[in-house]
Ligand binder design. Structure first.
Ligand SMILES: *Cc1c(COP(=O)(O)O)cnc(C)c1O
Length: 408
């Protein structure tokens, strides 16, 4: 019989979202008349921007002509998209990132896990707790951790707790760590990092020769001009950070699939013998071998995000979700919940009322308000006692859900 990758057997049995689905199904099967409102899974709900749809339709028609047909594209993405990204997201904000440092992909979930392909097995790795589960599980699957303990923590990983005491910003570690995953604006806590906080991480990474894996999937939700939207707004980050970005949450591409990863050419790693190697070359090699690019049609759709019309429509989407978040924040505050996030992120993170744990509050909300959220403990042991509500829903559903919670 074939041997399996037994690292998969170390994974926590009940992954968060299947367990939520199971409990929701059980409830709706026995209460079929109930109108459930889902403020749980982090998927967008509003239609694709018109600018993107128009661009994709035009691309389809182009593909139907002999002269406009496109077969395999560059594994790194079409240059016109990488140029739009480099100018629109980086150079216009003073970041020195060039188009050839951008790798277009079909998602940040894949990129943030595939990146382990080019990183050695012996690195010490830190994640925040709570955390986006993909970072942890991809390390487990590739054999970079030990077994899970009773608290739900894997051996060999360093967990940096984020909670109300530290304002949901992990303390800079005292010990040496090789790889640190950071996500700002944060999923699940909705926290955002200031320039000063990110500068401390970059300083740490420089002093320790560490690599920061910076997930900026929610960058578009940052309000105002003072907060950093990219790690490369911090001086020195080009020598210690990889950034993941996605069109999933800003332009509603969760089902369309397009994202990108930035690897500065100045970013170095070392071999076991201590020789320097640039990570860009390894990732370029990896993508060229294992990836054949994102569809031409989808890349044309993504390019339209950077057009004047596209920018306006994306801003409308973000404003819409952020108004939902504001409604959630207001209603929960009035109902005397202790809440965090939701100001620069589509997630509101709340403290569950005393006497309940995260799953008990999940069941309470499901049964009493018919609202589905996400238990904080599903994002890590330190998420226990917290709960995530998402602003990704229609206005009427958000208002209805808040009215029900107000009546609890
Ligand atoms: C939604 C999300 C992403 C985006 O993933 P895609 O694969 O690009 O859809 C990345 N990181 C975090 C933390 C997310 O919540």
């Amino acid at each position: 019989m074939v041997q399996v990758n037994s690292n998969y057997l170390k994974l926590k049995a009940g992954y968060l979202f299947p367990e939520i689905a199971r409990r929701v199904k059980e409830f709706s099967d026995s209460n079929p008349q109930v109108d459930l409102i889902r403020l749980g899974i982090g998927d967008v709900t509003e239609p694709l921007p018109l600018a993107c749809r128009d661009a994709m339709k035009a691309a389809i028609d182009e593909m139907g002509t002999a002269s406009g047909f496109h077969g395999y594209g560059p594994e790194q993405g079409y240059l016109w998209l990488r140029e739009a990204i480099a100018t629109g997201d980086y150079q216009n904000r003073g970041c020195n990132i060039s188009p050839d440092e951008i790798f277009v992909s079909d998602g940040s979930k894949c990129d943030s896990s595939n990146i382990l392909d080019i990183l050695g097995e012996g690195n010490s790795i830190a994640v925040t707790d709570p955390v986006y589960p993909v970072y942890v599980d991809s390390n487990v699957m590739t054999g970079r951790t030990g077994e899970i303990d009773k608290a739900g923590c894997y051996g060999g990983l360093t967990y940096l707790p984020i909670n109300s005491e530290n304002d949901f910003s992990a303390q800079i570690p005292r010990e040496h760590l090789d790889i640190i995953y950071l996500c700002f604006p944060n999923n699940p806590t909705g926290a955002v990092a200031t320039h000063k906080q990110l500068a401390k991480w970059v300083e740490y990474a420089q002093q320790n020769d560490s690599l920061i894996l910076f997930d900026a999937a929610y960058e578009a939700f940052i309000q105002g001009e003072d907060l950093p939207r990219s790690i490369y707004e911090i001086e020195g980050a080009r020598s210690c950070a990889i950034e993941f970005r996605s069109f999933s949450k800003n332009a509603g591409f969760t089902g369309t699939r397009c994202a990108f990863t930035v690897i500065p050419k100045s970013l170095k790693g070392k071999t076991l013998k201590g020789e320097q190697v640039d990570l860009w070359s390894l990732w370029n090699r990896r993508q060229s071998t294992k990836f054949n690019g994102v569809s031409y049609i989808v890349q044309r759709g993504a390019q339209a995000i950077y057009s004047p019309e596209g920018k306006k429509q994306v801003k409308q989407l973000i404003d819409f979700y952020m108004e939902n978040a504001a409604i959630i924040r207001r209603s929960l505050s009035t109902a005397e919940f202790v809440i965090y996030g939701g100001e620069h992120a589509p997630y509101v993170w709340l403290k569950v009322p005393s006497g309940m744990d995260s799953w008990e509050f999940f069941d309470f909300l499901l049964h009493q308000a018919n609202v589905v959220g996400t238990p904080g403990s599903g994002f890590g042991a330190a998420g226990e006692g917290y709960f995530r509500l998402s602003a990704f829903n229609s206005r009427s559903n958000v208002e209805k859900a808040m009215a029900r919670i107000a009546c609890l």
